[in-house]
Structure formats: C-alpha cells, structure tokens
Design a protein around this ligand. Structure first.
Ligand SMILES: [Zn+2]
Length: 384
C-alpha cells in the first residue's frame, strides 16, 4: 500500500493518496494515527487499508470488522493470516472504548503473573477458570499443554468483554444501591463499570475537587481477594478470579487512579477521558492513549510472547501487598508522568510528542511488570 501523507496540523491540510497494492505495518500505523488525530475519516482510512483493487484479498473480511465484536480473537487471528492489516482495523473499533489498559495490556500482565505462580496456585486457577462461560473460546487453538496459561492470560480481558455481551446490563458509570457491591458469581449480569478504577482527585489550578465513589477498584480487589481465600463457592471464586486478573492490571494504569479537576473541567476529567489530543471531531484522548501503549493486538499467543520480554519488577515493588498503596503510586505517577508537558491544564487539545510517547511506553512496561508480580503474589497467597 503506497500512501503519501502530506501536511500536518489541521484536518484540511492532509492529502492522502492511496495505491492499495502493498501492505506495510508502518503505513497502517501512520494511517491509524491520522485517523486518531481526526485528520482523515474512518471511511478514508478504510479505503486506504482495504483498497478497491481486486488483488487486495482482505476485502473479504470487511463485514466482520463492523459486526463481529463477539469473537475478536477468532476474527482477528484468522484475518491476521491474510496480512498485517487487522491491528489497524481493531484500533478503529476499540479506540473509543476507553476502559482500561486494552486487551493486549491486560493479557501481558496476566502472562507475566502466570510465570510467577506456584504449582498449587496454577492448578487451582486452572480449575476455577473452566467455570467461566467463555473458557472454550479462550483456549481455542491451544494444545492441552498450553491451555491453562492461555485461559489465564485471556481471562484478564473478561471484565471488559462483558461490556459487549447482550445478556449484561449496563448499570452506569456510577455505583448506586446495594447491587453495585454484590459478589454473587456469574449470575451477576451487571457490567459494574465503576469497579475498574478509583479516582483520587487533584487540581493544578485550585478548582474544588471531590472524591470518587465506592465501591471502586480498591474496594473490589480487597473483596475479591478475601473471597478467593475463603470457603465461597467455586462459582463465586471463579468470578472473583477473573475480576482480579483484570482489576490488578487496571489500578496500575495511572489514569485509573485519578480525576483531574480544572476550571475547564470542574467535574473532573474522568481519568483523562475528557482530555482531548486533537481538535473536534477527532475522538482521541489522553486515557485511550495510555490504554493503548502496549499496542492493540488481540492475539493471546502474541501477548504471552511479548510478556517474556518485559524486565522483572523491582523486588521491593513486587513485594508490596497494600492495594491502597498501589493506587496511590499510580496516582502519583499520573501527576508526574501523565499530566506533564505537552499535556497542559484543562481539556486540551494537546499534541503528544515522540518524547512523551517514549517515556509513557517505558512507564507502561514497568507498571505491567509490577502489576504482574503483585497479581501473582496475591493469587499465591489466596490459593495456598
Ligand atoms: Zn478495566
């Protein structure tokens, strides 16, 4: 695919010339960034990626890109075999859903944790994960020797998967009533979006702040950890395990630990979700940028391989079992490493620089290593 991109700055200054006969991952990423920047429309981007020429074989996978949310793994992995265009396609689908580290990030953290589990914990988690309705999907394509790690790795995305399931009810961004803190196993069909973060407020310009509500990620990690170590039913403990696999990752994302209050955004910026990185109608924002730092691939196997390359967490950090301290640490990182130039005060738009991106990736990798080590320790202790 030959793409010439001219101009940079405003949406009208771009000129995209597509000759979609040769594919290259770098070009696709460039297009993706242009789309994120709001410089080109989704349709323009798709035309450039999929092309109109008969030799572009991947045209045949176009319809599932729009409709097949239910089995992203199967769809993406089969299409990846066609050529390296699907990460981009998935980006287009997922970038607006800013909920946590994305699936790739969560899977890497879980894969790191798996390698640090005791044999006893591995056996027990493998037993519990089989009770999840998605288990067969998680292990599809893996040999019997690989299945346990694959299921553990992929299960870390389940708490986000339920946001797209028809039989789950969206009970909103804010908790309300006793059901918001219940722990009743898989018969709970609420999405519990407010379990994914804890917003510690701050303001750089003296705007009045207010604390985020409970339950939140901190209360739920503690609840699920205690239940996992208790005599609760296996159904409840399986449910708690998959939530823990996800939430321990979430609270190591700096923007899952804070809301920044400014005169522009007096009700808080919802963990950077309201901080724009480009002019309207662009949808790219600070939270999604941080969520996507591990890349946007959805292959379980690729995440397992990538996790092997992540450096070990420092021993002192790995040993810390205090959930509140984890979140305060993320909060401090948000102030020092997320809300820093070129991210100014207010809702933006701000333009991310390469230097900012490089540092952010380093922070994300370190948080993944620490999250994985802490997750493993938590599970080893709960399941001894
Ligand atoms: Zn999450």
């Amino acid at each position: 695919m030959a793409i010439d991109v001219e101009g940079r700055g405003t949406a009208v200054s771009y000129q995209i010339i597509c000759d979609c006969s040769v594919f290259g991952a770098g070009r696709i990423e460039r297009l993706y960034n242009l789309w994120l920047d709001g410089a080109i429309s989704r349709r323009q981007a798709r035309t450039c990626v999929f092309g109109t020429r008969p030799e572009v074989r991947v045209l045949s996978v176009q319809p599932p890109i729009v409709t097949d949310f239910a089995k992203p793994n199967t769809f993406l992995e089969s299409a990846m075999k066609a050529k390296a265009i699907l990460p981009f396609a998935f980006c287009l689908l997922s970038a607006g859903d800013a909920s946590a580290w994305n699936l790739r990030g969560h899977m890497e953290i879980a894969a790191i944790a798996w390698d640090q589990l005791t044999p006893r914990a591995k056996a027990r988690v493998s037993q519990l994960l089989r009770l999840n309705p998605d288990y067969d999907h998680w292990v599809e394509g893996f040999s019997s020797r690989e299945k346990s790690k694959a299921a553990f790795t992929r299960a870390a995305g389940w708490a986000d998967d339920i946001k797209k399931k028809d039989d789950y009810t969206d009970d909103g961004e804010k908790p309300s009533g006793p059901d918001s803190a219940r722990n009743i196993g898989y018969r709970d069909k609420l999405m519990h979006r407010y379990w994914h973060y804890k917003d510690i407020p701050f303001s750089p310009d003296g705007t009045q702040t207010h604390d985020g509500p409970e339950p939140n990620a901190e209360t739920q990690i503690i609840t699920f950890r205690n239940a996992l170590a208790s005599e609760a039913s296996d159904d409840v403990r399986s449910y708690d395990l998959v939530w823990l696999l996800h939430l321990v990752g979430d609270v190591h994302q700096p923007l899952h630990a804070t809301s920044r209050f400014t005169q522009d955004l007096p009700d808080g910026d919802r963990g950077g979700n309201d901080v724009k990185l480009c002019e309207k109608p662009c949808r790219n924002e600070l939270h999604a940028f941080w969520d996507n730092l591990f890349g946007t691939g959805t292959s379980t196997r690729a995440a397992i391989n990538a996790a092997r390359k992540v450096d070990d967490a420092p021993a002192g950090s790995a040993a810390n079992e205090d959930v509140h301290a984890w979140i305060v640490e993320s909060f401090e990182l948000a102030k020092s490493d997320v809300y820093k130039p070129p991210i100014g005060v207010g809702g933006g738009p701000f333009t991310i620089t390469d230097t900012y991106k490089r540092k952010a990736k380093a922070v994300a990798n370190e948080r993944a290593a620490i999250a994985g080590a802490r997750l493993a320790k938590l599970l080893n202790n709960a399941l001894q």
